[in-house]
Write a protein that binds this ligand. Sequence first.
Ligand code: FES
Length: 162
Amino acid sequence: MDPEEESFEKKLQESISNPKNMGEMENADAVGTVGNADCGDMVRMFLKFDEANGKKVINKASFQSFGCQTAIAVASMATEMLKGKTIEEAKELSASEMTDEIGKLPPMKLHCGQMVEGALKSALNAGDDKNQSQGVKDQSTLTKSFVQDGASSGKIKVIPLT
Ligand code: FES
């Protein structure tokens, strides 16, 4: 492993061992879930909004990750970055910006970052005023199907990344 890879791997492991904002958020204003059909992993992002200077901003973000350690690290970093951002600013946040702190994701793990980015975008779309009630409603159906399918088949229900 070259020194750059080694340093990245070390920082990644640190972030995985001490993830921030991990867990379901009660009373979230928006929830987004994305899964990857190839590896079977899944990330769910929860957002809580507030008003600041007449604009809707992210007050709190948390996540759940089903299966993927790298996604845990990326989502942890993303949730820290999101505080105080408007929906528009958060929509601009790319997977590579989320991992700025530790360096670039290696090619094999790029999809893990993209999955987090997808879950964030999905939650942000649900958080847009016009879509909000629909987004949360869809999510509750999704959560039910996730739980039901998980219980009956023992497998995670995967929502393909678009
Ligand atoms: Fe598939 Fe990380 S290995 S999302």
